[in-house]
Design a protein around this ligand. Sequence first.
Ligand SMILES: C[S@@+](CC[C@H](N)C(=O)[O-])C[C@H]1O[C@@H](n2cnc3c(N)ncnc32)[C@H](O)[C@@H]1O
Length: 291
Amino acid sequence: MKSFLELVKFQSVDSMSKQYLPQFYTMLEQQVGIALDDTKQYLLESRLMPIAQQKGLPDVYALIKLLTQSPLGSLHWQVFEALTTNETSFFRDKHVFEALRTSILPELIEHRKKDRTLRIWSSACSAGQEVYSLAMMLREDFPMLHDWTIYLQATDISELVLAKAKSGIYSSMEAHRGLNDHFLHKYFESIEKGAFQIKPSIRQMVNFSHHNLVGDWPFYPKFDLILLRNVLIYFKQDAKDKVLSKMQQHLNGGDSVLILGAAESIYLNDLYKLVALDKISYYKSNTLIKV
Ligand SMILES: C[S@@+](CC[C@H](N)C(=O)[O-])C[C@H]1O[C@@H](n2cnc3c(N)ncnc32)[C@H](O)[C@@H]1O
């Protein structure tokens, strides 16, 4: 058992090493949007320990001190990236894809039949399963689009997941999360070690690029459909509001659609109106902003 003096010493070293946490949380929130606090220290420790070790530092708190005392650079971005959660799967939330197939896409296609162009953005796309699910669905269920211009943009802050998304290579376990045999056999090739690679014909449909939702927004065209799922859940309200307000300006008029994650919603916000379907809800722009 520790003596009282040892305990006091231990506690003061411990609190000293953690004194940079609030500054680090602010930095993370400003640069990435992700809101962390002391209740998530386990996450900090498990995700950042490998980086601290790699840098020869005694623990993650020494790493955090280093980050708060040095100008923003590649180590910061390596750490920020390690703190993103990249959980995803093919056809994640089947009700959303069912609604896209039976209701949202048919309506959009009807509205865009004069231009014969459809622009879709999977924002915070992680390793690409979401946008590839959409691409496969367009091929599978909407053959009438074969001579349309289909623009599929997919973006994420993490270069690691973007590299994986571009490769289109998934382990057997990843491929079997959400894909049935029909899709697996029709749109994937079996490669070494039981892994699967999505066929070039689907891969070529998607344009992947880096984009930080709380950074500068590059020029994008307006989109008919935006998926922004399971990322705002990690942001504080203020950051959420800013992203949602920018997103509204990227919708192609009042009939375009924004879909959030199942656990996410927009409230007290007059930029959007909620459209409730049987099993899901989504958003349309509340003001006509078509230019
Ligand atoms: C849980 S995944 C969601 C993937 C997919 N949208 C889905 O619902 O399955 C969240 C993704 O958001 C990305 N992300 C986190 N902060 C971001 C930011 N500031 N800008 C862009 N992407 C961000 C992460 O890198 C991660 O890949």
